[in-house]
Design a protein around this ligand. Structure first.
Ligand SMILES: [Zn+2]
Length: 69
């Protein structure tokens, strides 16, 4: 799977690379779902922006990620 390197960092673990999440289409072909998976912490984000942009609105829950990083 291709890995993309960016000038941005994962807001969770600081990794600068991510992968596009692939899923099965109805035709059976693999195609991007539009989501992104961090290559560091393996969390899946709904958009590239969600991957690098620090979240301030929602309450951050360190315990949720403590096992992954
Ligand atoms: Zn990460």
């Amino acid at each position: 799977m291709a890995t993309y390197k960016t000038i941005y960092k994962c807001r969770v673990c600081g990794t600068t690379t991510y992968q596009r999440v692939m899923g099965r289409a109805q035709t059976g072909a693999l195609e991007p779902t539009g989501e992104y998976r961090c290559t560091g912490c393996r969390n899946v984000f709904e958009s590239l922006r969600a991957w690098w942009e620090p979240q301030r609105k929602n309450d951050f829950q360190p315990s949720k990620f403590s096992g992954a990083c």
